[in-house]
Design a protein around this ligand. Structure first.
Ligand code: SAM
Length: 471
């Protein structure tokens, strides 16, 4: 079907802009190797859902994460034996799914170095705590869970100061009794129970029940009100969650108890995955880079996870919150970022320029045009910087795997199809990578839009091997 079939009621210039975009998309896509298998196994690779039944992975539900099974799929697709790998990097680590999968699966006899970079301090701490699961003292935890639960149950009318975030002060979002229970539990965990290193385990369990204790649920970019009349009191939610986490440590320890392998060292830096400047003094070069960047879908992670950020005290003022958002990859228009012009400096015939300009051409002349154009430009520049830095840190011959989802902006009458996978593939070529394959894991459908550009997939890039001259 022609893309312009969606634009029945629009002007002829809009129809031709959509046709040209469709044409450039197709022309570029024809230069790539694209395959797909719409099997349930393949489509689950780009989603977090399956992780909810996996020990340790399930310690925090991160809707935007990918599957714990992805790493095995990638190793197979790239003909790479995980046990022979020395270092893996995830520059947009989220809750560290990629690194935790590697940590649990590795059976090699050398040292494996796992490095993550994540901008959001709360999310980074989730990943770090999960990767540290082996360091927690199970006896101490087992002893402290019932103590914590019974103290929270007996809070009485102790009250606590509530952070300045409007969402937290809105009693429709959080009923006060539950919010005070949560704040009391945080106080006990941080200051009273003398938990030592295990404080991180408890704080993660505590943070993971915040959404369940509120009257909202995360739904894409928004928080939606839900009826949770029958839910458990905070002390019970907490006790159940911490007990499940404790059981996970026992299960995972048992699974690894008879395994002999080299050291696995995992770190998650709080930093910028675009510039990778946290690695600037390191001479490690990675055998695999595996990640999923923010997509060009307007999702602002700091906004979606604001309850957790503020309640965990990772952020404590509006100025700090704004500073954090300004440091995120520019995939959303929730604030005005400084502008850059990197893609503008590529040759006019470069695919990235052609794709971007065809997309900009299609933007409707309405009140959101500037904001949309700014986000598209900024996103492509940020991905170009990211890929250039990944190129530096990838060992020659190493695969770089990028999980990505496309989206359709605009309205039913005026759809703006955004093929983020093609944009990234073109930028990867600019950065020096070979694009080996785009594996489409799933064609998604929006009720009002059925174009094939709406899909999720896995881009397999490769840093070329050195030639005889070593360049
Ligand atoms: C699609 S999610 C990655 C999810 C991850 N694969 C997982 O399974 O948990 C993208 C992540 O990029 C992070 N992010 C946004 N801007 C960043 C930046 N400048 N540097 C590093 N991470 C950033 C977001 O906070 C988010 O966690």
């Amino acid at each position: 079907m022609k893309l312009s079939a969606q634009l029945k009621s629009q002007t002829s210039s809009a129809v031709s802009a959509l046709d040209s975009l469709g044409h450039v998309y197709l022309e570029f896509e024809n230069t790539l190797h694209v395959d797909s298998d719409n099997s349930p196994t393949s489509s689950s690779l780009t989603h977090f859902n399956g992780n909810k039944s996996e020990p340790i992975h399930r310690w925090f539900s991160y809707k935007e994460g990918f599957s714990s099974q992805l790493l095995s799929w990638v190793c197979k697709a790239c003909d790479l034996n995980l046990d022979s790998v020395a270092a893996i990097l995830d520059p947009f680590a989220g809750v560290a799914t990629s690194l935790l999968s590697a940590q649990l699966l590795y059976r090699g006899n050398r040292t494996l170095k796992l490095v993550g970079v994540e901008r959001n301090p709360f999310v980074a701490s989730v990943g770090r705590t999960k990767l540290n699961w082996q360091s927690f003292d199970v006896k101490k935890i087992a002893n402290c869970i019932p103590k914590l639960a019974s103290k929270v149950k007996a809070r009485g009318d102790l009250k606590f100061e509530i952070a300045e975030l409007t969402t937290l002060r809105n009693e429709k979002v959080f009923n006060r009794r539950r919010l005070y229970d949560l704040l009391f539990a945080r106080e006990l965990i941080k200051n009273e129970l003398q938990l030592g290193h295990e404080v991180n385990f408890f704080l993660l369990g505590w943070a993971s029940i915040i959404e369940g204790a509120s009257n909202v649920r995360k739904d894409g970019r928004a928080l939606r009100f839900v009826d949770k009349e029958n839910r458990q009191p905070v002390y019970k939610l907490l006790e159940a969650r911490l007990s499940q986490m404790l059981a996970d440590i026992r299960t995972a320890s048992k699974a690894l108890s008879s395994v002999k392998r080299g050291d696995v060292r995992a770190t998650v830096f709080e930093g910028d995955g675009r510039t990778l400047d946290v690695l600037s003094s390191s001479d490690t070069r990675f055998d695999m880079i595996l990640y999923s960047p923010p997509y060009l879908n307007n999702l602002d992670y700091s906004e979606v996870y604001k309850m957790e950020l503020w309640l965990s005290e990772a952020v404590s003022s509006s100025a700090e919150f704004r500073r954090l958002r300004l440091q995120t990859l520019r995939s959303h228009p929730s604030l005005i970022f400084p502008e850059t012009y990197l893609v503008d400096h590529l040759p006019a015939a470069a695919w990235s320029r052609r794709l971007r300009d065809a997309l900009l051409e299609l933007l409707p002349n309405d009140s959101r045009r500037r904001e949309r154009a700014r986000t598209i430009r900024a996103y492509m520049d940020d991905m170009l910087v990211s890929l250039r830095n990944q190129y530096i840190f990838a060992r020659p011959g190493a695969p770089v795997i990028c999980v990505v989802g496309n989206s359709v902006h605009g309205s039913k009458e005026y759809p703006i199809p955004i093929a983020t996978d093609l944009l990234i593939a073109s930028l990867a070529q600019e950065a020096g990578f070979e694009v080996e394959k785009l594996h489409v894991t799933r064609y998604t459908r929006r009720r009002d839009y059925s174009e094939s550009v709406l899909r999720e997939g896995i881009l397999i890039l490769r840093r070329p091997r050195l030639n005889a001259r070593g360049s």
